[in-house]
Design a protein around this ligand. Structure first.
Ligand SMILES: [Zn+2]
Length: 286
């Protein structure tokens, strides 16, 4: 067994009933509109793109938690001199599982595993590349092997009413949010440089996020108080070939015997050695 059978590309399957990514979902509705576009019409075949910023923050938070569970500290995501809205927030974090961003860089110029992956200090590029997810409501046009998803774009209307009894619940304002419903697909991540500890950290962080999917802190995007952003997630077995990979998303088909054998191999042979590398690296930095 060697690391070389794995490429640098990994896919995380994400399933969510409702995602609201702030107002930052990009849609291609302008293609179909022609002046008579009705955003609430369920016949609309609108696709779009979920940018990777929110996904990235969600993943990073999961990875930080895993690092902390190993007893190490994680790189703080913010600059020490940033203008935080809350007094003492940075120093408080430094006492609870974080070290100062870039404070981990040693004489050889190497930082901790989080800095290595996400970069951002002294103009360092991160070694994990996070792509946006292209989604489409038309299942047959979704290419899962390219990190795409089935998803249904909806524009939700919210109505804020007056709480004052004299106003008889008079609407004060309306606003609309972009949402993707019934999302099922893949997030494509690639490592610019392959290190076994990266793979272990990714696998463990996704497990962690899946196990904590209903925890407020680990939901994705906005609308968390309304049940948005609860995400089932798993790393798709990187030993799968393309036809097996597609089968994962085919609700009419189960795993084949070969796929099950590959799952055993992944969980019992590959992952444990990657996890040992992660342990070693976190011990070195502790
Ligand atoms: Zn660090």
């Amino acid at each position: 067994m060697s690391d070389n059978v794995l490429g640098a590309d990994f896919f995380v399957r994400l399933r969510s009933d409702l995602l609201v990514i702030g107002d930052s979902i990009l849609t291609d509705r302008h293609h179909a509109s022609n002046g008579n576009y009705d955003p609430t019409d369920p016949q609309n075949q609108i696709g779009g793109i979920i940018p990777s910023f929110s996904l990235s923050g969600w993943l990073r938070h999961g990875m930080e938690c895993v690092v902390q569970e190993y007893g190490a500290t994680a790189c703080h995501p913010g600059e020490a001199n940033a203008n935080f809205r809350k007094e003492g927030v940075y120093s408080r974090d430094l006492e609870s599982g974080y070290h100062e961003k870039g404070g981990c860089i040693d004489d050889d110029g190497d930082g901790c595993v989080i800095l290595d992956l996400f970069g951002g200090f002294d103009g360092r590029p991160g070694k994990v590349m996070r792509r946006p997810i292209k989604f489409s409501p038309v299942r047959s046009s979704v290419d899962y092997t390219r990190g795409q998803a089935e998803g249904h774009y909806r524009r939700l209307k919210r109505n804020v009413v007056s709480r004052n009894e004299d106003d008889a619940r008079q609407p004060l304002r309306n606003f609309e949010v972009d949402a993707v419903a019934n999302l099922d697909g893949c997030w494509h991540l690639s490592f610019r440089e392959m290190k076994p500890e990266f793979v272990a950290l990714l696998a463990e962080a996704i497990d962690y996020l899946d196990a904590h999917q209903t925890a407020f802190m680990h939901q994705l995007g906005g609308a968390r108080n309304f049940g948005g952003g609860i995400v089932h997630c798993e790393v798709v077995n990187p030993l799968y070939e393309d036809h097996e990979f597609r089968r994962v998303f085919d609700r009419s088909k189960d795993s084949t015997k070969t796929m099950q054998a590959k799952d055993d191999e992944w969980f019992h042979e590959y992952l444990p050695t990657f996890q040992t590398s992660l342990e070693d690296r976190l011990e070195d930095s502790a």
